[in-house]
Design a protein around this ligand. Structure first.
Ligand code: PLP
Length: 378
């Protein structure tokens, strides 16, 4: 049996919707399938204003543009994240200020944010690693105290909750990814959630290449013109058709994936003297996006992945910290500047996790992992 790390899931109606969209005569953004996706998302999770965009990366960039990130602004974010998170502000000339993570979630350690704030700080940019919400309440409190903007990178947390509210509803702006590696995918796709009321109208201009085309569509004007900066931050209706089919099956997908989390939790609980894994606070409900563990040593984590590979199972490392990357070090960072992040990231392993894993695949993973762990630790 071969178990890849990730596999695209077909929920059922993708082909039907795709062909319908293909022959509808309209393929561009903000058309019928985009509208259907947006109303489904709002109905399901009580989101505010939603902008469907070409990727999670584009959502972050549009968010940074909307937030007015400028050269010299400082943005506080975890070093343990994807390059897109940091690039979204660096492309506008901002300076990343990397914060440590907490070991229970690998999310930004909210208790260490305040000490990094300077007069140049403009934004806090947390992520929800593996679909587990960051401590968004605490982060919003800090932001309010210092008048900062919060953009939450929810690339991995569509359908997760924090204190009974969907991830993506609490920060000023938040972003999702619908890349093929996520629970729900459009191939490539994303969404920007604009919760700050005063920014919503302008977000339409930014999304539509800096034009007021929205006012034409609303019947307010008969010809649109250039009114602002902007870019083409639109998801094609063809891709929205795929996404709709996926999102319509959200509950089923969550149920299937929850069984994977449960099986991995049971397995790794037997090795908790040597291996730690995420600890969920009572505030958090997860979407079962991923499962990660931290080994006691780097050697054991590497041996685990190697021995699994011999059994045709792909388990992977997580992110390489940004502060100690080639680009991160150009901002003056050294690996030892964030010892907790560096230490945890060197020993983290992510298990294969996808909706189609099936009982047979999951049983094979658990049995193989048990054999490998017993070999390493007995
Ligand atoms: C935390 C985080 N932010 C942003 C992104 C970028 O999303 P996309 O691939 O849709 O551009 C990813 C992608 O995996 C991610 O994990």
């Amino acid at each position: 049996m071969r178990i890849p790390f990730n596999k695209v899931y077909i929920a059922g109606d993708e082909e039907k919707y795709l062909l319908d969209s293909l022959y509808s005569g309209r393929h561009c953004g903000n058309h019928s399938y985009c509208k259907k996706v947006i109303s489904l998302m709002k109905e399901k999770h009580s989101f505010n204003e939603i902008f469907l965009v070409p990727s999670g990366t584009a959502a972050l960039e549009m968010g940074a543009l909307l937030a007015g990130i400028k050269p010299g602004d400082e943005v506080i974010l975890p070093s343990y994240t994807f390059s897109s998170t940091v690039n979204s502000i660096v492309i506008f000339g901002a300076i990343p200020v990397f914060c440590e993570v907490e070991k229970e979630t690998m999310n930004i350690d909210a208790s260490k944010i305040e000490e990094l704030i300077t007069p140049k700080t403009k934004m806090i940019l947390p992520i929800d690693y593996a679909g587990i919400s960051c401590e968004i309440d605490k982060i919003m409190e800090i932001a309010e105290k210092y008048e900062l903007i919060v953009m939450q990178d929810c690339a991995q947390s569509y359908g997760s909750y924090y204190k009974g509210k969907a991830c993506g509803t609490q920060a000023h702006i938040a972003t999702f990814s619908f890349h093929e590696t996520k629970n729900f995918n459009a191939g490539e796709g994303g969404a920007l959630m604009v919760n700050k009321k005063e920014w919503r109208e302008r977000a339409y201009f930014l999304q539509e290449k800096g034009t007021d085309r929205r006012l034409v569509l609303k019947g307010v004007k008969n010809k649109y013109s250039w009114v602002d900066i902007g870019s083409s931050y639109l998801l094609s209706d063809i891709l929205a058709a795929i996404l709709l089919a996926q999102l319509e099956k959200e509950d089923e997908v969550k149920e299937i994936r929850s069984k994977i989390t449960k099986a991995y939790l049971e397995l790794f609980s037997d090795y908790n003297n040597n291996i730690s894994f995420f600890q969920l606070s009572k505030n958090v409900e997860i979407n079962h996006h991923a499962f990660w563990v931290v080994f006691d040593t780097k050697e054991n984590s590497e041996q685990f992945m190697t021995l699994l590979r011999e059994k045709n199972i792909a388990a992977y490392i997580g992110y390489l910290p940004l502060h100690s990357s080639k680009k991160g070090m150009t901002f003056g960072y050294q690996p030892e500047d964030l010892p907790i992040t560096e230490h945890l990231a060197s020993k983290i392993v992510r298990m294969p996790f996808y909706t189609d894993l099936g009982k047979e695949g999951l049983d094979y993973c658990i049995k193989s992992m048990k054999e490998v762990l017993n070999k390493i630790y007995n």
